[in-house]
Design a protein around this ligand. Structure first.
Ligand code: HEC
Length: 150
């Protein structure tokens, strides 16, 4: 068996690598903890921002395309009231989206999705749904929201 005499140069270089390795590991751990800390708020912020952008888009589209029949504030007119607690409780988002997209055949409510010959993209229709949903919190009681059309 040969005994290798200690090599101070090798030992110094090994120690140096180990120190760098340790520093790097600490950086990764700190980075990971910071990521865990900030990521959920970043996601919530971006979701909130997305909803705000959709709501603003929906509000503009509503004024242009829907207010003439459903009222400037959704109070109803030629078409049913949409700003009604009862309607908004009864209708799920995907039902509202589908009605706007496809329309109600045989009525004045036409299809708005490009796919069904209307003028709006799927995202624009999502915006309208999010906008109508934003009324729910303060929507007045109006069990006769369909009074126009019965
Ligand atoms: C030309 C008039 C008119 C326009 C414009 C119009 N609607 Fe309608 N809408 C109606 C009528 C009428 C009904 C009811 C049809 C029926 O059930 O016989 C209706 C029904 C609806 C319903 C279902 C309500 C319920 O009681 O189930 C929703 C949701 C709706 N419209 C959303 C919209 C949105 C959003 C827009 C704009 C993109 C829009 N409408 C544009 C006339 C209109």
């Amino acid at each position: 068996m040969t005994y290798r005499s200690p090599d101070p140069g090798l030992e110094a270089s090994t120690n140096k690598w180990m120190a760098w390795g340790l520093a790097f590991m600490i950086m990764l751990i700190v980075g990971f903890v910071a990521y865990l800390w900030f990521e959920p708020t970043a996601r919530a912020d971006s979701l909130e921002e997305h909803t705000t952008v959709l709501t603003e888009m929906g509000a503009e589209l509503y004024d242009l395309n829907c207010a003439s029949c459903h009222g400037a504030d959704g109070e109803g007119g030629i078409g049913p009231a949409l700003n009604s607690q009862e309607f908004l409780t009864a209708a799920k988002d995907d039902q509202i989206t589908a009605i706007i997209a496809v329309g109600i055949p045989g009525s004045l409510m036409s299809a708005y999705s490009l796919e069904f010959g209307g003028p709006l993209t799927a995202e624009e229709i999502d915006g309208l749904t999010v906008y109508l949903r934003s009324w729910e919190e303060d929507a007045p009681e109006n069990p006769d929201w369909r009074a126009c059309c019965e």
